[in-house]
Design a protein around this ligand. Structure first.
Ligand code: PLP
Length: 359
């Protein structure tokens, strides 16, 4: 289906004010955003409008009770200058899975993709050219009913916001395997990219920071024994040359980077296991030297090396980052596929459609 998306352009682009050599993460946004309203059971007011504040009622349901979900993805320019997306269909599918869990309406896949193509095409000059930089894309949906009372909202707003992000050179991180706080329990909302998960993580993360760690390595809610994930990244361990990652069992966010990593590893004939990962197994593997790499994986950083894990009062130093061959290979492969330097043999890259774009 082809949707009619009304476009209102800014009078003057802010593009010339941007210093593309120094882009702070998450603070700069492009000129336009996509906006749609869910009213009377359908998405209407489909439009691309200038990025600007929106009006909310003080009794907006999302503010009070948290019906709010989001996605995070990136657009980059291929070597020939064509803007491209990476597996956008998986992002809309996950958005809709989050929506189902939070009693929110789905966004039709074709509407999401058309809006994305039109918006990214229109904002293509906002895509930074430097290696490793990208246009970060933040789809977000939230309740719009203005009333109090814990109920499912009848109305929603869906926005797609974009903003340039600089090359992300994440410092190797120190993780605290926390045995006091949890992120997600079976039956909860851990698998949904919903606002409350992140609000609930702020206090434990602050405590971890005060102790000198960068982020929390979440353990399961029942026994504080099985590894789940980190902040906004899934976690991978290399033990005896085999890559091990926690299985997604309802408490872990199903990362799209995680999915691509599993695919690349299998394609390269590297052994991978998705299963329960007991933190004591990690302690043992660290002790006997079979644990050679630990890394987090997510859209923002792609791969983030882990240099230390603290558990039960023990600080376990990981082998030096230079030796993390699998982590480096994965990062180069995913970034390479994105830029066109590595052949996209899996067909993951989706060039932005020229007919819908103004570039
Ligand atoms: C977004 C997110 C991830 C990573 O998912 P990607 O699709 O790879 O970006 C992992 N864990 C959590 C909690 C997240 O919110």
């Amino acid at each position: 289906m082809n949707y009619k998306i009304e476009t209102t352009k800014v009078n003057k682009s802010r593009l010339s004010e941007i210093d593309f050599d120094n882009i702070p993460f998450g603070k700069l946004f492009s000129d336009h955003m996509f906006s749609a309203d869910y009213i009377d059971g359908e998405w209407t007011n489909l439009q691309i409008i200038p990025f600007a504040p929106i009006e909310l009622s003080p009794v907006n349901l999302a503010l009070h009770y948290g019906q709010s979900i989001f996605e995070g993805m990136k657009a980059s320019k291929m070597n020939d200058g064509t803007p491209a997306l990476l597996r956008p269909e998986l992002h809309v599918q996950r958005l809709n899975a989050s929506a189902d869990r939070m009693c929110m309406p789905n966004v039709p896949e074709d509407l999401f993709l058309q809006a994305l193509h039109e918006l990214v095409g229109m904002e293509s000059e906002w895509i930074p050219q430097k290696e490793g930089s990208a246009l970060y894309i933040r789809p977000v949906m939230f309740a719009m009913d203005a009333k109090l009372g814990v109920t499912v909202s009848d109305t929603y707003k869906f926005l797609i916001i974009t903003g340039p992000v600089g090359p992300y050179y994440p410092k190797p991180v120190k993780l605290l395997a926390d045995t006091q706080f949890i992120r997600a329990a079976h039956g909860g909302v851990g698998e949904a990219k919903t606002a409350g998960n992140y609000a609930a993580s702020l206090y434990p993360a602050k405590k971890a920071l005060e102790k000198g760690y960068d982020q929390i390595l979440w353990l399961d809610a029942k026994e504080f024994k099985y590894v789940q994930e980190v902040g906004t990244m899934n976690i991978f361990f290399v033990i005896d040359g085999k890559v091990v990652t926690p299985e997604t069992n309802g408490t872990i966010l199903k990362g799209i980077t995680r999915k691509m990593i599993l695919h690349i590893l299998k394609d390269q004939g590297i052994d991978v296991e998705e299963r329960l990962v007991d933190i004591h197994e990690i302690v043992e593997a660290h002790k006997n030297g079979s644990l050679t790499e630990v890394f987090g994986a997510g859209t923002a950083a792609v791969i983030s090396n882990v240099k230390l894990i603290s558990y039960d009062g023990m600080d376990m130093e990981m082998p030096s980052i230079e030796t993390h061959k699998i982590a480096h290979m994965l990062k180069d492969t995913i970034n390479g596929i994105r830029s066109g330097e590595v052949v996209d043999k899996f067909g993951w890259v989706v060039p932005v459609k020229k007919e819908t774009a103004n570039f």
